[in-house]
Write a protein that binds this ligand. Structure first.
Ligand SMILES: N[C@@H](CCC(=O)N[C@@H](CS)C(=O)NCC(=O)O)C(=O)O
Length: 216
């Protein structure tokens, strides 16, 4: 059997991994899962239960999106995404995955965190906290096309799926927010062929259910 990717279309971690896999040209079987009904085969491979999970034919498991990006790009990096200051990239990605993601979730899904909030409400004070990170991106992107300079790098690819969620949480606000350079950078990534190609819709992976059905 070849390599297998367990993925969920709308997960920003899975998106960054799919982009690195796609650009590297690695071959694998895509298994689309539902987070509320994770297949046992995925949990057997990675009990922590997050996507993406990549299972190599030699049995090696990669279940952190950044590890998977690095693994794919170390095999083949045709756009030179690793050809950057990797410490700086790691720093930006850590801020994205840490404080920015923390505030993003609370902004976007206020009712999950605040019992007084209704479903669908956003929390503007959390948005304000997340903007600290967005403002730093704006400073960088006012001076260069990409986060780490004139060339696209692993940092752009790892981070923009989260900015996309941030923008989509309240599009009217985002379209007029004081971050024109981030808006341009985000639009460029979201409308690019690579992103479109990894947002293909797959049917749910159901092989397991079929296998466990009793024989009639
Ligand atoms: N640090 C992990 C985070 C992955 C993650 O949290 N993915 C979310 C979906 S976006 C997930 O699978 N959550 C589990 C759940 O919702 O049950 C990575 O970078 O791969």
């Amino acid at each position: 059997m070849g390599s297998v990717l367990y993925s969920f279309r709308r997960c920003p971690y899975a998106m960054r991994a799919r982009m690195a896999l796609k650009i590297s040209g690695l071959d694998y079987e895509h298994r689309e899962v539902l987070l509320r009904n994770k297949p046992q085969a995925m949990l057997d491979a990675s009990p922590k239960g997050t996507v993406p999970v990549f299972v190599l034919s030699n049995g090696q498991i990669i279940d952190e999106s950044l590890d998977l990006m690095r693994f794919a790009l170390e095999k083949n990096d045709p756009k030179s995404w690793l050809d950057c200051d990797l410490n700086e990239a790691d720093g930006l990605i850590a801020e994205n995955d840490g404080p920015f993601k923390h505030h993003l979730d609370r902004y976007k899904y206020a009712s999950r965190y605040d019992k007084n909030a209704k479903r669908g409400d956003t929390d503007k004070s959390e948005r304000h906290s997340a903007e600290q990170t967005v403002a730093k991106y704006e400073n960088r992107l006012q001076n260069s096309s990409f986060l780490l300079g004139s060339a696209q790098s692993i940092a752009d690819i790892a981070i923009f799926p989260f900015l996309r969620q941030f923008a989509n949480a309240d599009k009217d606000w985002w379209d007029n927010a004081p971050y024109p350079a981030v808006r341009k950078w985000l639009d460029r990534h979201v409308t690019g062929e690579l992103f479109k190609s990894i947002m293909t819709k797959y049917p749910l992976w159901e092989a397991e259910q079929k296998l466990t059905k009793p024989f009639s």
